[in-house]
Design a protein around this ligand. Structure first.
Ligand SMILES: Cc1cc2nc3c(=O)[nH]c(=O)nc-3n(C[C@H](O)[C@H](O)[C@H](O)COP(=O)(O)OP(=O)(O)OC[C@H]3O[C@@H](n4cnc5c(N)ncnc54)[C@H](O)[C@@H]3O)c2cc1C
Length: 356
């Protein structure tokens, strides 16, 4: 479709890029504007790589509350659709020869706790295999989530951005001073005196989304949860073929093509407690590592509702796609697709609305 609506997306992280992708597929022209100097330099820079619908349970809401159960159901459903879209997109971008690698493991202190967790997962419709002692889990009791997959999110974001550019998307970087205006003719974006006319604006600014929306007094209840990622050269030894998640801390060890990453939130102020935890879980591997090649930290955009906000705001033409917390890589393609269907096809989905 030519001459489709022009849509401005604020944020070139996984969510903004996926939204741009889904909108362009539906014939829109898109301009993506980001405060930083390139794509995926915010939270999407270095995550654990897991595309894991199995982990849809919200963090910090109290699993048994009605709100937590509704959030879990919504996120799990979206995550399953998203995983399929994402797998196809990853393959189409030529990032993996066949498809992303299947499976993620979650490690438990003993088999009894693993079985107890498995029972709970079963009750919520999530299948797993209990593993008593395997080389793949470094000897730890674990649950294996066979239908999860994993891949390098940053590689994907860079490839997706290049693909979007080749299809005609416009990217404007190093633009921290963007203002949104709500005029008689609809919303516009203003940057250094230049006015960008558009039909719609999507705010996908990750942990900064509440700041962007504050000018309209739109409340997006979110918290920013710091996480760390520490990269190492791969040591020359047998390494886990799938990500290992620690049930106690939610942190993970992932062996990517060209590096090994330990990532997650264990303590708030430095990566040290995270590394200490992985020394306890994987002493042989951690002991064989050379000094880290990169230490990074970023803020997870945690919605206080336990599920992302994807939908309209009270300002006509202004939309939001944010708050994906620990599930943003998993939900990226599905959230972009849902946002595009809302804008272009008039689809509504109360499961992800803003709390007005
Ligand atoms: C340690 C760690 C491990 C994780 N592991 C996983 C995992 O295994 N699986 C999973 O599914 N998820 C995981 N996540 C979560 C996932 O990475 C995030 O949910 C996701 O990256 C969020 O993407 P985003 O596009 O919303 O935010 P971001 O990537 O932060 O993108 C937002 C963009 O908006 C830009 N921006 C902000 N304000 C403005 C402004 N005013 N003007 C213009 N631009 C602006 C920023 O520069 C940024 O580029 C992990 C997160 C962390 C921290």
């Amino acid at each position: 479709m030519e001459n489709g609506p022009h849509i401005i997306i604020i944020g070139a992280g996984l969510i903004g890029l996926s939204t741009a992708d889904a909108l362009m597929t539906r014939g829109c022209s898109v301009t993506v504007i980001d405060a930083r100097s390139g794509p995926a330099q915010g939270t999407s820079y270095a995550n654990s790589g897991m595309i894991h619908p199995s982990q849809a349970q919200p963090w910090g809401l109290g699993a048994e509350t009605i709100a937590a159960q509704a959030a879990f159901k919504a996120v799990h459903e979206l995550a399953q659709d998203s995983k399929i879209l994402l797998r196809d997109r990853i393959t189409a971008l030529g990032l993996y020869k066949n498809s992303p690698v299947p499976g993620c493991y979650k490690l438990y202190p003993d088999m009894m706790q693993a079985r107890k967790a498995q029972k709970h997962y079963n009750e919520t419709g999530i299948a797993s295999k209990a593993v008593a002692d395997s080389q793949a889990t470094l000897g730890h009791p674990a649950l294996y989530f066979e239908s999860d997959i994993w891949a390098n999110a940053r590689e994907y974001a860079l490839a997706l951005e290049a693909d979007l550019q080749s299809r005609g998307a416009v990217f404007i970087y190093s633009a921290p001073d963007l203002r949104i205006r709500d005029g008689r003719g609809g919303v516009t974006a203003q940057l250094k005196g230049h006015v960008f006319q558009c039909d719609h604006i999507v705010v996908a600014a990750g942990p900064q989304s509440p700041d962007v929306l504050a000018q309209f007094e739109i409340d997006v209840p979110m918290a920013a949860l710091r996480g760390f990622a520490v990269n190492f050269q791969k040591p020359d030894m047998s390494l886990p073929f799938a990500p290992l998640m620690d049930a106690k801390t939610h942190s993970a060890m992932t062996v990517f093509d060209n590096h090994l990453r330990v990532s997650g939130t264990v303590g708030k102020d430095s990566a040290r407690p995270l590394l200490q935890r992985w020394y306890e879980l994987a002493p042989d591997i951690m002991g064989a590592l050379k000094p880290a090649t990169e230490i990074w930290s970023g803020l997870r955009p945690m919605s206080k509702a336990g599920r992302p906000y994807i939908g309209a705001t009270p300002i006509k033409g202004l939309w939001v796609n944010t708050g994906h917390g620990h599930m943003g890589w998993t939900l990226s393609a599905g959230s972009g697709d849902l946002m595009a269907r809302m804008i272009i096809e008039g689809v509504s989905d109360d499961r992800f609305g803003l709390p007005f």
